[in-house]
Design a binder for this molecule. Structure first.
Ligand SMILES: Nc1ncnc2c1ncn2[C@@H]1O[C@H](COP(=O)(O)OP(=O)(O)OP(=O)(O)O)[C@@H](O)[C@H]1O
Ligand SMILES: [Mg+2]
Length: 395
């Protein structure tokens, strides 16, 4: 079977025309097979990514796939379905398929999925060379140290999502390892819209596979913000799905992300629920965002009191004052005295913020020289700095 570098790629599709189309799209090093049965005796020593065509979106074929790849860390499977439905997605992921795409989709997306799955494969128990440094690899204790930052506020519209997205983009630009932004505003999350992403998968797909979720599977479900390389776990597309996701599910996902990311940033809704409390507890830093008006400050004070009552370690709370230069006649010192916390970041008010939100381009990219972008970069520096400090303290 033909191989590309260390990795072999095989297409399995019963319908000849579709098989040839897939082979054609994926390049000359790809081999085509009519059935899984035909492919099996040809599986060689090299790690192999099997691309299943649309005719394989069938329960009995996927059951065969599951049996075939059980105990074979050298074989990874991607399904290219005719059309994507929740049933096919669940069936495929439960059978051990690592990613599901559609035939109508971009060829580049299929190629990227093959590459991601390939990185997680092993030859005779040893990881291929790239695996130790690639995001798809389960880096275990070695890489198990992402810093987790939750962006929170008890007031709606205070700027959480704007700050979370821009901060995550800056961290993605600066970090060596992957950075992931998790949209934990499960009902009304708008991170994907703010970054002009059209996600194929969301947190719902991760939760429906929570029992066998590993780094490779979770990574395959993340969207990529191409301009910055930031990985994104988007909120459900329908508010009703939020009920299916528990605090434990979110914590499980964040802990898996910790293994292969350098930094995880979490955007949250404007209220304290089980999910938010669980994430606050898991986080290394909690950015408490307050807008510069009296209702904001009042709500943040109540939020702070609640977190204190819940024994949240105060040292991980960092006050971020948003729209801090507005001519709103609120003095920063007064706000800090009221909240009994000093502000670690002052984000100015700037018209480029709503402009960039409407364009779907984070302002740190569209207006890197603006005051808001500088403020977010300083915040990122504080978080990276405390990361280093914490690593020194804890070993
Ligand atoms: N520093 C700023 N300067 C100007 N406008 C801002 C600033 N921060 C936020 N905004 C505006 O406020 C709006 C609300 O911000 P954002 O969506 O980030 O708030 P949020 O706290 O996530 O809201 P929600 O609670 O609804 O999730 C944004 O569309 C943005 O245009
Ligand atoms: Mg928001």
């Amino acid at each position: 079977m033909s191989q590309s570098g260390q990795l072999a790629v095989a297409v399995v599709e019963q319908v000849a025309a579709v098989r040839l189309e897939l082979e054609d799209r994926l390049g000359p090093s790809v081999s085509g097979f009519e059935s899984l049965g035909q492919l099996l005796p040809r599986l060689g020593a090299a790690p192999t990514v099997v691309v299943l065509g649309p005719s394989c979106s069938d329960a009995s074929i996927l059951a065969d796939v599951e049996r075939t790849i059980a105990g074979r860390p050298d074989v990874g499977v991607v399904l290219v379905a005719g059309e994507l439905s929740t049933t096919i997605l669940q069936l495929a992921l439960r059978s051990g398929v690592k990613d599901v795409l559609t035939l109508q989709g971009d060829t580049l997306q299929i190629a990227e999925a093959i590459e991601r799955v390939g990185v997680g494969l092993t030859i005779g128990g040893a990881a291929p060379m790239a695996a130790a440094t690639q995001p798809g690899a389960d880096t275990g204790a070695q890489g198990g140290g992402a810093r987790v930052t939750t962006v929170f506020s008890t007031k709606g519209g205070s700027g959480k999502s704007v700050i979370a997205t821009n901060l995550a983009v800056v961290l993605a630009q600066q970090s060596e390892g992957p950075v992931c932004l998790v949209d934990a505003d499960l009902q009304f999350g708008d991170v994907a819209v703010m970054m002009k992403l059209a996600p194929v998968h969301t947190v719902v797909d991760a939760v429906s596979n929570i029992d066998h979720l590993d780094t490779a599977l979770l990574e395959s479900l993340l969207a990529t913000h191409e301009p910055s390389g930031l990985r994104v776990l988007p909120a459900p597309l329908e508010p009703a799905f939020a009920d299916q996701i528990s605090a434990n599910d979110m914590i499980t996902m964040v802990n898996i992300l910790r293994r292969f990311c350098s930094h995880v940033v979490i955007d949250t809704p404007a209220y304290l629920n089980d999910v938010v409390l669980g994430l606050v507890e898991e986080s290394d830093d909690v950015l408490l965002v307050a807008g510069m008006d009296i209702p904001n400050i009042k709500n943040v004070k109540i939020g702070l009191q609640t977190l204190r009552l819940l024994n949240t370690p105060m040292e991980k709370l960092r006050l971020v004052l948003n729209r801090a230069n507005s001519k709103v006649k609120l003095d920063i010192g007064g706000v800090e005295r009221t909240l009994q916390v000093s502000a670690e970041a002052l984000i100015p008010s700037d018209v480029v913020v709503p402009q960039s939100v409407n364009k779907g381009v984070p302002f740190v990219l569209s207006h890197p020289k603006s005051g808001v972008a500088k403020a977010v970069r300083s915040l990122a520096e504080i978080l990276s700095g405390s990361d280093a400090e914490s690593r020194r303290l804890h070993g």
